[in-house]
Design a binder for this molecule. Structure first.
Ligand code: GLU
Length: 284
């Protein structure tokens, strides 16, 4: 079997929170468990919202946690490749330049849309089993705002294929995006990776962790005295456990024990109090 490759693909549009880094940790532990490769790809194609300071915070946090990428890319560097494949889809008749009636100031008069093939798309999620979507409801969805501005769905599948990603491990909030992305992959004859959508994470007031609502950045936990060993340990247990009574595992023990088959479907709770007690163990 060829090498297993996972990736963490954050958008630097805000300070990432524990839920985002939990995704990075699972993708990293799984890759290392099977002797594979872990890629970091900064998805900075949303020029208006991406900020260098957020990107720097990602490098800083991953370095502190010791989640080391074997390769690092920035999505904006792949624009020529995105353009090439957009042009290919249009030449093939699978996508088209669509004239739009702008509704709000700043709306485009032209975008690139994917021709909906109708029917259904089924994929087998490693954690959740078969998921089927009727794609007719998606209409002719937008894949780029211009030849130099592909939207997330388009850029993500092209980059995953070019970087030979075999396992897309990401938050459960991306399940609803997968059918669109598979349609684009099929149209471009790209290999379809395996998907593992992780359980969502809520805080202890049952709110979903979100960049927009200001969930805490991990560098803040660091500045408050949380040890990287403790945070790595705690994040690993958000939706996974080693299948025995152990609660405190070092990085090497986590790598040894981690497997996608033990990832749960149900959501997980990020609890500051629990994190503090894990931290106390590691302080001792
Ligand atoms: N850039 C996307 C995000 O930050 C992730 C894309 C993915 O993992 O497929 O949500």
């Amino acid at each position: 079997m060829s090498q297993i490759i996972t990736r963490f693909a954050p958008s630097p549009t805000g300070l990432l929170h524990a839920g985002n880094y939990r995704t990075a940790v699972f993708a990293y532990l799984f890759a290392k468990h099977v002797g594979g490769k872990f890629i970091l790809r900064i998805e900075d194609t949303d020029v208006a919202r991406s900020k260098k300071e957020y990107e720097e915070n990602i490098y800083e946090t991953l370095a502190w946690l010791g989640v080391k990428a074997d390769e690092t890319y920035r999505q904006s560097e792949h624009r020529p490749r995105h353009r090439e494949l957009l042009e290919k889809l249009i030449a093939d008749g699978t996508a088209y330049v669509s004239k739009e009636t702008p509704k709000n100031p700043g709306d485009r008069e032209e975008v690139i849309r994917f021709k909906n093939p109708h029917g259904s798309v089924t994929f087998t999620d490693v954690i959740r089993g078969d998921i089927t979507t009727d794609v007719s409801d998606l209409g002719d969805f937008i894949i780029a705002r211009s030849f130099d501005e592909p939207v997330f769905h388009f850029a993500v599948v092209v980059d995953d294929a070019d970087e030979h990603v075999t396992h897309v491990i990401r938050g459960g909030d991306h399940i609803s995006n997968t059918a669109r992305q598979i349609l684009i992959m099929r149209a471009l004859s790209l290999p379809i990776p395996l998907y593992a959508h992780l359980p969502l994470i809520f805080d202890n007031t049952h709110k979903k962790l979100s960049k927009r609502t200001g969930a805490k950045a991990l560098t803040e936990y660091r500045d408050q005295g949380i040890l990287p060993e403790a945070l790595l340990n705690y994040l690993s247990f958000l939706g996974w456990n080693p299948g025995d009574a152990r609660e405190y595992l070092t990085r090497d023990e986590l790598i040894q024990a981690f497997d996608l088959s033990r990832v749960q479907k149900g959501s997980a709770i990020f609890d500051d109090v629990k994190l503090l007690s894990v931290n106390q163990y590691w302080m001792r």
